[in-house]
Design a protein. Structure first.
Length: 309
């Protein structure tokens, strides 16, 4: 950082001014040079050049130790105010820490990436997705600044808003008898064993009517374990269609699911002392969702999910 300005055809840099102020405080060339980390001859040259550029003496050298002239005292008083402000103005801004956006069950790529691009382009805020296999995706522990969660959250310390509604698909093993179906109904799942994510999942057998309540065939803690259990025919899975599209598996078939309640995605943040950009990101997510609303899952779309790589 040079911070140079032209005065009477010569350059004055911030270093000249800093040297002058230090010498004015120390009133000793050796002490001032040591404090600045330069040699005494270098300091003397800097002061001489400053005086030559300004065309007036700043130091009285007739005494053993340098004393400020009247012009020197005036310049010292001005620079005490101006130099710190000038250095602050020229100092490059420190990069702002990334906004940590947690998720667990599946990151909504289209919605999330549109909002991330908006935040970076219009607010110079980097949004960093962070996967944490936890019911609040690390939000309750302070590991993230906000989170995108499937299903609601009942915690008085958190506040949430629904940002997306998505259809659901059934995840079945290719060796399952359901694999020959073109669609599966909500009641069909109720007659089968269900794979449940006990950590961040949103469905339990209680979400089915009493006349068609599934049994739990396997309990898992993340999406990988979930799909392994489905592939091994330990039960049938139910996923938001956008999550299924992100996790193709050669041994799992995704089928349209009729009669199922929609999957709701919520943006969740702390109720008190939220991140300064928490509300801005919420607005960006809602705007992105309104531009591209979720559509019901079709048979073709569900079949296509298995081919996404």
């Amino acid at each position: 950082m040079t911070g140079r300005t032209n005065v009477t055809g010569m350059d004055i840099g911030i270093q000249h001014l800093r040297c002058f102020l230090t010498l004015a405080e120390e009133e000793h060339f050796t002490w001032a040079a040591d404090r600045l980390g330069i040699s005494q001859p270098t300091l003397s040259r800097q002061i001489r050049r400053l005086e030559e550029t300004l065309g007036r003496a700043l130091l009285d050298r007739s005494t053993r130790h340098p004393r400020l002239t009247a012009e020197g005292r005036r310049l010292q008083a001005e620079l005490h105010i101006l130099l710190p402000r000038l250095e602050a103005a020229l100092r490059p801004p420190e990069p702002e820490a990334a906004f940590r956006l947690g998720y667990a069950w599946g990151f909504p790529r289209t919605l999330g990436r549109r909002a991330m691009e908006y935040m970076e382009e219009h607010h110079q805020v980097l949004v960093q997705p962070v996967r944490t296999d936890d019911r609040t995706a690390g939000l309750r522990d302070g590991a993230v600044d906000a989170a995108l969660l499937w299903g609601g959250v009942t915690d008085p310390r958190l506040t949430s808003v629904e940002v997306l509604r998505d259809g659901r698909v059934a995840a079945v093993s290719r060796r399952s008898t359901l694999a020959t179906r073109s669609t599966v109904t909500w009641r069909d799942i109720g007659r089968r064993c269900l794979v449940v994510n006990t950590v961040s999942g949103t469905l339990t057998p209680d979400d089915w009517p009493k006349s068609a309540t599934p049994e739990i065939g396997a309990e898992t803690t993340n999406i990988e374990e979930y799909l392994h259990a489905v592939a091994a025919r330990r039960g049938v899975g139910v996923l938001p269609s956008s999550v299924a599209a992100q996790h193709p598996d050669p041994d799992v078939l995704y089928l349209p699911l009729t009669g199922a309640p929609p999957a709701t995605l919520h943006y969740v943040r702390p109720r008190t002392d939220p991140h300064p950009h928490a509300t801005t990101l919420q607005t960006a997510l809602l705007s992105a969702a309104s531009d591209a609303p979720a559509r019901p899952v079709t048979h073709r779309a569900a079949r296509r999910a298995e081919h996404v790589r």
